[in-house]
Design a protein around this ligand. Structure first.
Ligand SMILES: Nc1ncnc2c1ncn2[C@@H]1O[C@H](COP(=O)(O)OP(=O)(O)OP(=O)(O)O)[C@@H](O)[C@H]1O
Ligand SMILES: [Mg+2]
Length: 310
């Protein structure tokens, strides 16, 4: 930790991410803390991008738990069952190696991840990678591929503990902690490999609707930490039961519509959906351009408001 010298996040200036023509932008959703909303956020962002007519691949690096894979399966099953047209990402899981030798296992996992990426990187606009809530070799490797790293963080000091140690009396940051250090290392590795700098965005998740002291204190510390270790802060998502309810049908807030037979759209859902859209826009992902794989105009069916969940 002694040599921890985080570089400033070059995207703090809110620049639009550069797009390498013909090559997908890689968005890694990462946080070593379990249950922070990575898989939920991954599918919502993937569906939001699909709704904009972009081609999206999703990779599940938490294949043992397989939440994102189950989410996508549930979505396909729902579309079949209800005979509706839901935009689907190209999904693949990258399982852990079963080799017992550590070095061989790591080489195997590297090859698996690279093969999974190579299958899609030239044909889609975005690859969204969901990672496990723990420190694995595969997850660390994925972080070096990130053009954008999105870290959902439950609005709790327990979750923040993986990013920084905080003085309980003054709320001053004592030092960055393990996940911040891991990201810093991956950033360095990426720089050595000649990759573009990663844009690290931290989003607050499960925000309470109450103006509680915890929420305010979290804001203060996260803003200070952002400057110290070099990330941007996105507004994030409120705590809402709907996120739990949508999983079984593989739906997202962006699939809900007024009327219809499926889960109906309430005012609270409209507000939640806006939060998802605001999050996607805060990511400053590369816009559509003439060189992007899906440069054709957005079709009516791919417009989010017209995704029918019946
Ligand atoms: N904004 C939210 N409001 C309410 N519940 C949420 C919200 N975001 C996520 N959840 C719920 O929190 C739980 C954890 O979410 P999720 O599985 O997406 O987290 P994760 O970071 O992928 O977890 P893991 O580290 O285990 O992979 C799930 O039950 C999910 O439905
Ligand atoms: Mg998960």
């Amino acid at each position: 930790m002694n040599d921890f010298r985080p570089a400033p996040n070059p995207s703090i200036a809110e620049a639009q991410a550069l797009h390498e023509p013909g090559r997908a932008h890689v968005l890694v959703i990462g946080n070593e803390k379990g249950g922070s909303g990575k898989s939920t956020t991954a599918l919502h962002i993937a569906v939001a991008l699909l709704g904009e007519g972009r081609k999206v691949a999703t990779l599940d690096l938490d294949a043992r738990q397989g939440t994102l894979g189950r989410y996508v399966e549930n979505r396909a099953a729902y579309a079949r069952r209800k005979d509706v047209d839901l935009p689907m990402p190209i999904h693949a899981a990258v399982p852990l190696s079963t080799l017992s030798d550590r070095n061989e296992a790591q080489a195997d996992e590297r090859a698996r991840l690279e093969a999974a990426l190579e299958r899609v990187i030239d044909s889609v606009d975005f690859v969204v990678i969901d990672t496990p809530g723990s420190d694995t070799y595969l997850s660390r490797l994925a972080h070096t591929w990130a053009d954008t790293l999105l870290t959902p963080l439950n609005d709790s000091f327990i979750d923040l503990d993986l990013l920084a140690r905080v003085d309980p009396d003054t709320l001053r940051i004592v030092r960055p902690s393990i996940y911040a250090e891991a990201v810093w290392k991956q950033r360095q590795l990426r720089a050595v490999q000649g990759g573009r700098p990663v844009d690290w965005v931290v989003m607050r998740n499960r925000l309470s609707s109450l103006a509680a002291r915890n929420k305010r204190d979290m804001s203060t510390v996260i803003e200070a930490l952002a400057k110290r270790i070099g990330f941007r802060v996105a507004a994030g998502l409120s705590e809402r039961v709907i996120y739990k309810e949508l999983f079984l049908n593989g739906l997202t807030l962006l699939d809900l519509k007024r009327g219809g037979k499926g889960p109906s759209l309430t005012l609270s859902h409209v507000a939640a959906r806006q939060e998802v859209r605001d999050l996607v826009s805060a990511l400053n992902l590369p816009r559509r351009d003439a060189d992007a794989p899906s440069a054709e105009p957005v079709t009516e069916a791919a417009t989010p408001d017209q995704q029918v969940a019946e």
